[in-house]
Design a protein around this ligand. Structure first.
Ligand code: ADP
Ligand code: MG
Length: 377
């Protein structure tokens, strides 16, 4: 292993048999469990340089395991999915990050730690577009001929296709993939942000995060993009326990609100959308209700497949998303399943209830972080 980082940024992925073995070796190890509560407690003492070094050493050991496990899973994907151009690109990116970390020396001094954190920082931005790339891979597959594509598109049901295809659940694979991605981004983001302390935050965790406050920003953002797409946007009302606060990662809440509100704003007429906040003893619940006409029963069955959308023109939108990195109103078919992943990341959940002809209610449940031991996925 060299002691500079020059080589690591020229690495593209596994090149030799030894590289392959290195990945395999790490993929066989178990990822550690870290709870958000531990991250919060640990982060609180990160101005202690020794604690910062320990955190960096932990990541230096842990991230290659998590990356390698994903590489292995991506390689094992059935139906040629792993060989689509997009999925290969994602796998190579994971391999590249794996070797970048492996070829950065263990952060035993503050200077090396600095360098390691820069590697992490760059890695985070290199992975920004992974969602869009995966979505492109899925599109590639869906536009092919064959039973699997027909099944994913909802044209034929599970009972009418051969066994091996029927037993592979693409939604479940992506749930695992994205849950792990969110987990890694939390661990890395937390470490990076410990270097840039912000008032009221420990790393990326806001100690007194107010969901209604985050929601009000998401409302503005959703209205803005809705206006750009349709020229108008409906009103949104907030009610209930608007004042409640909890330690949480506001970025995750914003993601969920933004995606759900965009969905609720797509109705032709502009019935107002309502957001209700409720604080329970151990968790909080938030309901987003609209009168936008709801979702069909067959649509409900395909809601979590990452390939159900009624927005159309997915291909163009994906191109836009991958290249401009700007949010789109709809068409990506990832909004609902990924919102559920973000809610589940720390033991929460998300449920959709719909009445076609009337409207949709989406329930978000979140544990109060400080109160419960939930591991970072
Ligand atoms: P996208 O918005 O990119 O289509 P989503 O995962 O956010 O992807 O939503 C998938 C589909 O579910 C939408 O295209 C739409 O048909 C349906 N849907 C989701 N939320 C609502 C809602 N609030 N009202 C009506 N339909 C909805
Ligand atoms: Mg959406």
């Amino acid at each position: 292993m060299g002691n500079t980082c020059k080589r690591c940024f020229s690495v593209e992925g596994a090149e030799t048999e030894e590289d392959e073995h290195e990945i395999l070796f790490f993929s066989l190890r178990h990822a550690a469990t870290v709870t958000l509560k531990e991250m919060h407690q640990f982060g609180a003492q990160a101005n202690n340089k020794r604690a910062l070094l320990l955190a960096a050493q932990f990541l230096h050991e842990e991230l290659p395991i998590r990356l390698a496990r994903r590489v292995r899973e991506l390689k094992k994907l059935p139906f040629g999915l792993g060989e689509t151009a997009a999925m290969t690109q994602v796998r190579k990116l994971y391999e590249k990050s794996f070797f970048q970390i492996r070829r950065t020396p263990t952060p035993k001094t503050l200077e090396i730690e600095e360098n390691f954190t820069q590697v992490l920082d760059r890695m985070m931005s290199e992975h920004n577009n992974v969602q869009a790339t995966v979505a492109r891979g899925l599109q590639e597959l869906l536009t092919r001929e064959g039973d699997f594509a027909m099944h994913q598109r909802g044209i034929i049901s599970r009972e009418h296709i051969p066994g091996s295809i029927a037993s592979f659940d693409f939604g479940q694979f992506l749930d695992r993939f994205y849950l792990s991605r969110v987990g890694m981004r939390v661990l890395v983001g937390q470490h990076i942000m410990l270097h840039h302390p912000q008032d009221g935050f420990i790393g990326i965790i806001q100690t007194e995060c107010q969901p209604a406050f985050v929601c009000s920003h998401a409302i503005q953002d959703a209205q803005h993009i809705c206006q750009l797409s349709y020229g108008v946007a409906p009103n949104v009302q907030m009610e209930g326990s608007i004042d409640m606060k909890l330690p949480y990662i506001p970025e995750h809440l914003h993601y969920i609100f933004f995606e759900l509100l965009k969905n609720s704003m797509r109705a032709d007429e502009l019935p107002p959308v309502s957001v209700v906040f409720a604080e329970g003893d151990e968790d909080i619940a938030i309901k987003i209700s609209d009168k936008g006409g709801g979702i069909s029963r067959s649509g409900m069955e395909r809601l979590w497949t990452y390939s159900f959308t009624t927005a159309g023109k997915t291909r163009e939108k994906l191109h836009q998303l991958e290249h401009d990195d700007k949010p789109v109103m709809a068409g990506f078919a990832h909004g609902l399943p990924l919102s559920r992943i973000h809610a589940r990341a720390f033991g929460g959940d998300l449920q959709v209830m719909s009445m076609q002809g009337h409207g949709t209610d989406v329930y978000i449940y979140l544990w109060k972080l400080g109160d419960r031991e939930v591991s970072v996925p």
